[in-house]
Design a protein around this ligand. Structure first.
Ligand SMILES: Nc1ncnc2c1ncn2[C@@H]1O[C@H](COP(=O)(O)OP(=O)(O)OP(=O)(O)O)[C@@H](O)[C@H]1O
Ligand SMILES: [Mg+2]
Length: 506
């Protein structure tokens, strides 16, 4: 037995995040840890890797026969336990190589040999099939590429047990395939892996065993081969889920947004067009999905609409028949636009601020009139209502939002956007990191908003999500719109085919 965690219990104040959880793992075993948002998965892994020190929880941990009483993450890394956290932990200002070797520079007597490091770095990048220079700044990489850098960084250590906490939530399908094959390869070399993901198809594909926890309590550990996705969901949620997508036809009203000839240039490579002459419209009561591969220009398009595209752009935006100027997000919000951004850690939250304050952050003027002081009672009331509406799992509205589980942070961002009472709601990967049960709740919520006349734009790298939600689908490829399709039982194949078709859509 490589790993035994026995009767782990962890409290945060009055909250029992883990209640008597045990877990066993053999060398070369891949185990998925499944459970709803806030069920305690990340917490259990933080305990395993020493982030919560010995004494800060109840229970024992044995690794390769020895009891571990780690004080820091260094103690477990030395034994070969390496974790890649849910929220990426790279330093954006440093290069890929600097990040990979951070705290572990090669070289004897502390002298760092640049050439050896570059060479070693290139080998590691090749292993994760990431084709970038070691000297690229991490901040210039996409989220998926950053994730691969994290994995390269883990491989640089003498790893015996690799823990991946939602590694694919921001990866493309191809990147995900690469990652899964890397894990298979590691397994063949006897390296064990604990894998956390809300994408159950991946969980099925990768795991030898599946361990489910619910509300911090152990439910079961079973061989993956005998379980269907529905079985896993039932174990996670404690009940069977009916149809995931609401599939309702909406009463579509007049045009609320019209975009004409939108072109956006890359902020650094100024001659490169990321969005190329894009025109489309959006109607009240409509859900417009934007499909396309990564790099298709979907996020760039909506960033222009929301006034946050960092590069130059041009084009006309009409809202309710009036031409408007949008140069920053305040102007966008004033025009009734709200957006849930793709990168939650960078653009979505202020981690040290409370859950409540994060929710009301963009809507503070609702709670004060001119120069009157903030009406804190009303603000508090609104915060509580928002938390209840989206079922954000938090022990208190005062808790720093950075301490919430990943999926619950995402729900809080959604709550923040809804407080703005937008007429146009833009959702860029809205359910990233959100468990199936909560996903269904969010879909129902989006649907009810649309029924009240809000217009929604949704971008998702998961085609079933785009198809399950949208009334109409724009297909983008390399910065251009290739098709504008009414979603009359559209299939994934039809959308992919439209994306890759060579002639332009007229
Ligand atoms: N530092 C902390 N302080 C207070 N509460 C915490 C802290 N860390 C975690 N919690 C709480 O413990 C519970 C378990 O959180 P955890 O992050 O382990 O969930 P998770 O299963 O990883 O969820 P997700 O799928 O959303 O990532 C949550 O209710 C969370 O709010
Ligand atoms: Mg988590």
């Amino acid at each position: 037995m490589l790993l035994e965690m026995n009767n782990i219990t962890k409290r945060f104040g009055a909250v029992k995040a883990l209640d008597n959880v045990s877990l066993r793992l053999e060398s070369g075993e891949v185990m998925s840890l499944c459970g709803e948002n806030g069920s305690g998965k990340s917490t259990l892994m933080k305990i395993l890797c020493g982030l919560y020190p010995h004494g800060d929880f109840e229970g024992q941990i044995y690794f390769a026969g020895d009891e571990i009483q780690a004080q820091t993450i260094r103690d477990t890394e030395r034994k070969g336990i390496v974790i890649i956290h849910q929220e990426l932990a790279l330093v954006r200002q440093l290069t890929v190589m600097e990040n990979i070797f951070l705290g572990a520079e090669l070289g004897r007597f502390g002298i760092v040999d640049d050439e050896t490091m570059t060479l070693r770095c290139q080998q590691l990048l090749a292993r994760v099939k990431l084709n970038v220079s070691p000297h690229t700044r991490v901040g210039d990489l996409g989220l998926g590429q950053q994730q691969l850098v994290e994995i390269a960084r883990a491989l640089n250590k003498q790893v015996r047990l690799l823990i991946l906490d939602e590694p694919t939530s921001s990866l493309t399908e191809r990147e995900t395939e690469v990652l899964l094959s890397i894990i298979h390869n590691l397994r063949d070399h006897g390296i064990a892996c604990i894998y956390i993901s809300h994408k159950l198809n991946e969980v099925k594909a990768i795991s030898d065993t599946i361990c489910v926890i619910r509300d911090g309590k152990p439910i079961a550990t079973r061989p993956a081969a005998g379980l269907s996705e529905d079985d896993i969901i039932t174990m996670m949620v404690g009940r069977e889920l009916t149809a995931l997508y609401p599939h309702q036809r909406h009463a579509i009203g007049e045009t609320v947004l019209r975009v004409e000839n939108l072109t956006a240039w890359h902020p650094v490579n100024r001659h490169v067009r990321r969005v190329n002459d894009v025109s489309f419209s959006l109607k009240r009561g409509e859900i417009l999905g934007i499909a396309g591969l990564v790099g298709a220009g979907r996020t760039e398009t909506v960033q222009c609409l929301f006034g946050v595209w960092p590069g130059r752009w041009q084009g006309d935006i009409w809202i309710n028949g009036k031409k408007v100027q949008i140069n920053d997000c305040q102007q966008a919000i004033a025009q009734g636009i709200a957006m849930v951004p793709e990168d939650r850690k960078k653009d979505g939250i202020v981690p040290l601020m409370s859950v409540g304050k994060n929710i009301t952050l963009a809507a503070l003027d609702q709670f004060s009139h001119r120069f009157a002081p903030l009406d804190e009672t009303r603000e508090q009331h609104t915060i509580n209502a928002s938390i209840a509406r989206l079922r954000v799992k938090t022990s208190s509205p005062e808790l720093a939002i950075g301490r919430l589980s990943g999926g619950n942070q995402q729900k809080a961002i959604l709550a923040k956007c809804l407080l703005l009472n937008p007429q146009i709601l833009i959702l860029d990967e809205p359910t990233r990191g959100i468990d199936v049960g909560a996903r269904q709740e969010i879909y129902l919520l989006i649907n009810s908003l649309v029924q009240q006349g809000i217009a929604v734009i949704v971008i998702s790298s998961e085609l079933p999500e785009v198809l399950g939600l949208s009334d109409r689908v724009l297909v983008m490829h390399e910065g251009r719109i290739k098709a504008d399709l009414i979603n009359d039982n559209l299939t994934q194949e039809q959308v992919m085919e439209a994306a890759l078709r060579s002639e332009h859509y007229a």
